[in-house]
Design a protein around this ligand. Structure first.
Ligand SMILES: [Fe+2]
Length: 96
């Protein structure tokens, strides 16, 4: 598949039948397997992202405070996403 032209967005992606079919299929599959399993995948993914960010933090120079602050905030956000995936009912009740 050729790369999207510069500036191409959602309409261009819709014109790519295989991409659209794959996206639709993954969405349908995620819907069919149910929230509990889907959210389990979300939680597992967020956990892995957190580990990945921690590995990057260990590699960053200690005096690169600006980059460290960005990665640390990302790590905090991903940990929150993981907690939300494990407890979606509590998150939904807070949003009311
Ligand atoms: Fe996330």
């Amino acid at each position: 598949m050729r790369p999207a032209p510069a500036g191409a967005g959602w309409p261009y992606q819709l014109s790519q039948p295989r991409l659209y079919a794959a996206s639709f299929g993954l969405g349908a599959l995620a819907g069919a397997i149910g929230d509990r399993i889907s959210l389990g995948f979300v939680a597992a993914t967020e956990e892995q992202v957190g580990h990945h960010l921690e590995a990057h933090l260990r590699k960053l120079p200690i005096d690169d405070k600006r980059s460290r602050a960005v990665l640390e905030q990302m790590r905090i956000d991903e940990a929150q996403h993981e907690r939300m995936a494990w407890n979606p009912v509590a998150v939904a009740s807070r949003c009311r």
